[in-house]
Design a protein around this ligand. Structure first.
Ligand code: TXA
Ligand code: MG
Length: 321
């Protein structure tokens, strides 16, 4: 795990404009000094991500909102005190501290205080904003373990801190508070029901149209294997119908469900929080098993289910390549 020396080493890498694989409670981030334009540009180069797609700025405490945003509405304070440190990102009108490089030239900035002790230790010691997208190549599966980052990015990342497996497993919930009413830009680790409770109002589940967010492209978060969605309880039957003719088919089901030959069994937790935590690992296992298709049942959309269903739908969407 992580020693005080490795925290100091990570801060040194950030200060000289390098890239750090940073554990957070959602997924591992590819971190750079948010105020160093060259370092931020390196993130885009390493990820292979279009430079117009904005990054989340990670900070150590909620009071940093005032320096990165020009106006911080009361809703932002309420959500921050309810969920930070934690898997929530707030989009606010940006201040001059947030550069075009980080915001993709938009007039807003995305901010988050992550709920992982290693990320927080780095942010406190660094004492600045850290831009960090998920530490995967563009369009591929987000990493939830240090070894995923090393396998994906190799020597393109200067240092990877090992904070163990990510506790939440799906990316942060993004709420846009820069307009007239709160918008859900991406379902994630904080259930939208919990956000609604704090704001005492309903929020549309359908993401707004004006948003330029790569996580909103149809085919994203996808393994190389095809992903096919099944009705609850219908995954094994659907997988069996596809198997044969030289096609290798996996089915993702809880331990209690029997998986007949010739299907490959990918085991998932029976509860939706567990599924969120393991989802990206299951995508990776499907690729390691070199299956052509992985079949998985769609969970209900309550709690973390909304984020899981969102990622599953994107993984199952038609691919351009
Ligand atoms: O859980 C997470 O959010 C992880 C960890 C590392 O913190 N980060 C993450 O970053 O998922 P990334 O870059 O893979 O996704 C960030 C999303 C993108 O869809 C991006 O377009 C959106 O946040 N975003 C960032 N700034 C924005 C802004 N100003 N307005 C709208 N969307 C924004
Ligand atoms: Mg990502």
């Amino acid at each position: 795990m992580t020693s005080p020396e490795s925290i100091a080493a990570a801060v040194a890498v950030l200060r000289r404009g390098g890239l750090v694989g940073l554990p957070t409670e959602t997924v591992y981030g590819l971190a750079a000094d948010a105020e160093n334009e060259l370092a931020v540009r390196r993130i885009f180069a390493v990820k292979g991500r279009p430079s117009t797609h904005p990054l989340i700025v990670h900070v150590a405490q909620a009071s940093s909102m005032e320096s990165w945003a020009t106006s911080v509405p009361p809703e932002a304070h309420r959500l921050a005190s309810a969920f930070w440190p934690g898997p929530l990102t707030l989009v606010l009108k940006r201040s001059p501290r947030a550069s075009d490089a980080v915001t993709g030239g938009q007039d807003t900035v995305a901010l988050r205080v992550p709920g992982h002790p290693v990320a927080l230790a780095v942010l406190r010691a660094f004492d600045g904003g850290v831009a960090a997208p998920s530490a995967n190549r563009f369009g591929r599966v987000s990493p939830t373990r240090a070894e995923h980052v090393r396998a994906d990015l190799g020597s393109d990342v200067d240092l990877v801190l090992d904070g163990g497996p990510a506790r939440v497993g799906v990316e942060s919930t993004i709420v846009d508070l820069s307009g007239d009413e709160p918008l859900l830009l991406r379902p994630g680790g904080v259930p939208v029901e919990s956000v609604e409770k704090v704001l005492e109002r309903r929020i549309s589940r359908v993401p707004g149209r004006k948003i330029r967010a790569p996580g909103l492209l149809p085919s994203h978060y996808a393994p190389r294997a095809g992903v096919l969605l099944a009705e609850p309880g219908g995954a094994v039957a659907k997988a069996l119908a596809l198997a044969g003719n030289g096609r290798k088919v996996a089915v993702a089901v809880p331990e209690a469900v029997e998986v007949p030959e010739p299907l490959v069994a990918l085991r998932i937790p029976a509860d939706v929080d567990g599924l969120a935590r393991e989802l990206y690992t299951v995508f990776r296992l499907a690729d390691e098993a070199k299956v052509d298709v992985a079949v998985i049942s769609v969970p209900g959309e309550e709690g973390l289910g909304l984020a899981v269903v969102d990622r599953l739908r994107r993984a199952a969407a038609p691919r351009s390549s």
